[in-house]
Design a binder for this molecule. Structure first.
Ligand code: IMP
Length: 441
């Protein structure tokens, strides 16, 4: 059984939560490896609905052990609320969730600084989630952060929080913003201390898992083009998002990763600022937003919508080493008569099929489209390839051709059940149990 990394191949919100939920019965461990509660993963089955932010989507499956890795930043108040919400929905969390002692905490001052910075940026704002993620990673890199493991010694922990608060207070003063509210800080301290029984050495547990041949699913947050290095900088998040990052982020060797599954939406969305070459600012864009319910799980913000960008997706294939794709929200395109796919960018009169390394060039990119006929019939809830309209099958086949990667899963609705599984290698070799009762396509 391979250890598989599941990542987003676009700008986030591709539907990773549903894919992880579906696959995680095949894994003993599900680990979040980047980001914080800026993420929003939605899991739906039957009439149940879960919105997760920090806890891996594997928590919904009673057999999975879940971990939050060293590379994640943890808002203790947010995490405690998430645990309680799941427990109120009869999901057992505390016996199955391990939090890395090396993970850094997001404190109220980080959130205040995130907001102060965004206000100061004015029209150039990044459009962050306001969860304090950037400043938390900054204090980590600046070596003034607080690691969760300190909660095992309250005195040392409080001392470290004081030092971080002071550093944050100075930065906030630079924006004429007040120092963090002592009551909010105390609430964060109390919440963090309450998490102490869940804290441990995630890296060691994962090493032991590998040694005893237990399988690990690495659950990525955000999407490829929000990666701090390779994304549309500075309109990115503050952590590594690419699949290869999963191993070192968890203290594991690169060879621990056996396969990469990328989740890609059948069209594209993005939240916040930054270039988005295939964006639709018209009625069609609004139609995709409404049909796709494209509103943020974390912030409720309307998402920007546009056509599938094969130039960007091909770069994502290369950067992540994508072996297989889960294509989501195909049904959202059901009513569209003609479906363009961007296969190149025209920048300053020249056509390129590569993503430029300068965000200013990307902002000027005019997509070169290839137009596919729509199917104008319902694919909603379809679970068998053979039931897809011909035009829908052709659209999927064209994406496969452009990406040169097999599309192994197609999602036709928000629920776990509304999925087409295709017995294509290497996916079918990773998950033989999914196909025991299914004929290959
Ligand atoms: P931050 O991660 O809150 O600092 O936000 C930086 C950028 O990443 C903004 O454009 C956010 O909208 C975007 N972002 C962060 N997390 C997510 C996510 O889970 N889905 C989609 N966009 C996200």
């Amino acid at each position: 059984m391979a250890n598989v990394v599941v990542i987003g191949g676009q700008w986030g919100d591709e539907g990773k939560g549903k894919v992880v939920d579906l696959l995680c019965p095949s894994f003993e461990h599900v680990v979040r490896f980047n980001g914080g509660n800026n993420a929003g993963h939605t899991v739906r089955f039957a009439d149940r609905h879960f919105a997760l932010h920090l806890i891996p989507s594997g928590i919904i499956q009673p057999t999975c052990r879940c971990a939050v890795g060293p590379g994640v930043v943890i808002d203790p108040v947010g995490l405690l609320a998430e645990i309680r919400e799941l427990e109120a929905q009869s999901i057992s969390v505390r016996t199955r969730l391990l939090l890395s002692s090396r993970a850094h905490l997001v404190m109220p001052g980080h959130r205040a600084l995130d907001l102060a910075r965004e206000t100061a940026r004015g029209a150039k704002k990044i459009g962050t989630t306001g969860k304090g993620i950037g400043p938390a990673y900054e204090t980590r890199a600046g070596r003034t952060g607080v690691r969760l493991g300190l909660v095992r010694n309250e005195d040392r922990f409080r001392e470290a929080v004081d030092a971080t608060n002071q550093a944050l207070g100075e930065l906030l003063r630079g924006y004429d913003a007040p120092a963090p509210d002592p009551e909010e800080v105390e609430a964060a301290i109390v919440a963090a201390l309450a998490l102490a029984p869940l804290v441990g050495d995630v890296s060691q547990v994962l090493h032991d898992a590998i040694a005893t041949k237990q399988a690990i699913l690495f659950e990525g947050a955000q999407g490829t083009f929000l990666d701090i290095d390779h994304g549309t900088y500075p309109f990115v998040t503050s952590s590594g998002v690419l699949a290869g990052f999963a191993a070192p982020a968890c203290g594991l060797p690169a060879r621990a990763i056996g396969g990469v599954l990328a989740v890609l939406k059948a069209y594209t969305t993005r939240v916040g600022g930054g270039p988005f070459p295939t964006e639709l600012n018209d009625a069609l864009g609004e139609q995709l937003r409404r049909r796709g319910n494209e509103f943020g799980t974390t912030t409720g913000r309307p998402r920007r919508t546009g056509w599938f960008d094969a130039v960007a997706a091909r770069a994502a294939v290369r950067w992540n080493g994508i072996d297989a794709v889960a294509l989501t929200k195909l049904d959202v395109l059901d009513e569209v008569e003609e479906i363009p796919i961007a296969t190149g960018y025209r920048i300053g009169g020249e056509v390129t099929t590569e993503v430029p390394d300068d965000v200013a060039d990307l902002a000027e990119a005019d997509p070169v489209y290839e137009v596919m006929p729509g199917w104008c019939s319902s694919t909603s809830g379809v679970t068998d390839d053979a039931e897809l309209p011909d035009a829908a099958r052709r659209y999927v086949a064209r994406l496969e051709e452009l990406l040169d990667v097999p599309i192994a899963m197609i999602s036709t609705g928000p629920r776990r059940e509304e999925t087409i599984l295709r017995a294509v290698p290497p996916f079918s070799q990773w998950f033989p149990e999914l196909f025991r009762r299914k004929a290959p396509r």
